[in-house]
Design a binder for this molecule. Structure first.
Ligand SMILES: Cc1cc2nc3c(=O)[nH]c(=O)nc-3n(C[C@H](O)[C@H](O)[C@H](O)COP(=O)(O)OP(=O)(O)OC[C@H]3O[C@@H](n4cnc5c(N)ncnc54)[C@H](O)[C@@H]3O)c2cc1C
Length: 406
């Protein structure tokens, strides 16, 4: 069980399910935007569109936030990890960190401090890193290794050469999901959990609604697919490769592995960029470890791949000898997410940008279908704003309410 599963359960029970279709006017139904998928992407996009004045219905196959959005590591990136290779992505992460803290301050993991960036190699080019952080507007400071590592039980400090503190935080994703769901509902989104979308009926390049698994047809003027990894097949249906019509991106599934140890090694999150990106995020009474390795996979399952589990355990062992064997409990799990990557980004796991795909521009063309991919959960606000802009540009809807600042 993922560390956040109980909390996700609370999200479900707190969400009011008030079907509004019966009180929606025919005019509203014809203007309606249908969002498929109730993870962080679907919730953020629904909220933003409803705030902008669109009637929105969100269909979730099972429970809100039950897939990648609840199985992730809860790392609110400052962008420092990406500042050397992709400065624009680092800046986008830093902006997202500020937006997330403003929108949902309670999502910060209580008692956890800002993140340590530790370097383990003598020849680590820390000068380049610090310059890149400064250039990206990410505040940092160097700290003595002993005081930096004092709170990390079992760490072999002889392996650490440099230590810096950066603003990355451990967050409780369930709190962010809950806040988004509540804001979406307050803005008028009709949320329907346990309503899988089964197919998208299409006529003359236009989708006229969504057919649910019970056979109900939900009509609307636009469909937004936010189904994450498990919803990819619906989207792929429209993107079969056509000779000469290749899109400039590829839809891929990415899998990553996490390990939770109890008792926790301490309340300090850290990452070690020059050790496979080994990282640690404290959550409740657990220490959740991950790495920056992502595997390309072909199925939507979340089953761990043994060789990747072993690699993660070995890296933890190198820095925290015997800590796994001494722990009271070790949980290992994998999570899968989906992303639209440009071909030069296929070495996955680094700068995975939020992507909004307007299918009118791709083969085969569908005029009123959009697919959205979050990239990182914490880039939700950028994804939502990018989507709002594209939807606004595509739909002839007259003046809309200005979107509130996040
Ligand atoms: C192991 C792991 C660790 C990660 N760590 C981090 C991290 O620390 N920080 C960070 O920012 N990001 C992290 N990410 C990335 C982040 O979790 C994802 O980018 C994000 O959660 C994707 O959200 P989503 O809404 O697109 O997809 P999901 O959360 O997968 O949601 C998709 C939803 O659509 C629903 N759905 C699918 N098909 C249908 C259908 N036919 N009808 C109706 N509903 C449907 C599903 O039930 C699901 O609820 C991590 C991802 C993984 C896998």
């Amino acid at each position: 069980m993922a560390y956040d599963e109980m909390a996700v359960d609370r999200v479900q029970h707190a969400i009011l399910e008030t079907p509004r279709t019966d009180i929606m006017s025919a005019a509203d139904i014809s203007r309606r935007v249908i969002v498929v998928g109730g993870g962080i992407a679907g919730l953020a996009v629904s909220m933003r569109l409803a705030q902008a004045g669109f009637p929105v219905i969100l269909l979730e196959a099972s429970e809100l936030g039950s897939a990648a959005s609840a199985r992730n590591q809860g790392w609110l990136h400052s962008g420092a990890l990406f500042a050397l290779d992709t400065p624009p992505y680092a800046r986008a992460c830093m902006a997202a960190l500020d937006q997330t803290l403003r929108f949902c301050p309670e999502c910060i993991e209580p008692d956890a401090s800002p993140m340590l960036y530790l370097f383990s190699r003598d020849d680590a080019d820390v000068g380049s890193w610090t310059q890149a952080w400064t250039a990206a507007g990410i505040p940092w400071h160097s700290i003595p290794i002993n005081s930096a590592c004092a709170g990390l039980t079992g760490l072999d400090t002889t392996r650490i050469r440099y230590a810096f503190q950066l603003p990355d935080r451990a967050i409780r994703t369930s709190h962010l999901l809950f806040r988004l769901a509540a804001a979406a509902q307050a803005a008028g989104v009709e949320v329907r959990a346990c309503t899988p979308a089964r197919c998208l009926p299409i006529e003359n390049r236009r989708i006229y609604g969504v057919v649910t698994s019970s056979g109900e047809v939900i009509y609307g003027q636009m469909v937004i697919l936010a189904g994450g990894s498990s919803g990819l097949d619906m989207c792929s249906e429209f993107l079969e490769q056509c000779p000469g019509g290749q899109a400039d991106f590829e839809l891929i599934r990415l899998k990553s592995h996490l390990a939770a140890l109890q008792p926790m090694i301490g309340p300090t999150p850290f990452c070690i960029p020059d050790a496979g990106g080994l990282n640690h995020l404290p959550h409740g009474t657990s220490s959740v470890f991950g790495s920056t390795q992502w595997e390309r996979v072909s199925t939507a399952d979340d089953l761990p791949i043994p060789k990747h589990v072993e690699r993660l355990k070995q890296t933890i062992d190198e820095f925290f000898p015997d800590q796994i064997s001494r722990s009271d409990s070790l949980q290992l799990w994998a999570g899968t997410t989906a992303q639209a990557l440009r071909f030069d980004q296929i070495e996955a796991g680094r700068d995975i940008w939020p992507a909004v795909i307007d299918h009118a521009r791709h083969v085969p063309p569908v005029d009123n279908l959009i697919s959205v991919f979050a990239g990182r959960a914490t880039l939700w606000a950028k994804l939502a704003e990018d989507t709002r802009r594209i939807v606004r540009a595509k739909l002839d809807v007259g003046p809309l309410q200005p979107a509130p600042r996040i």
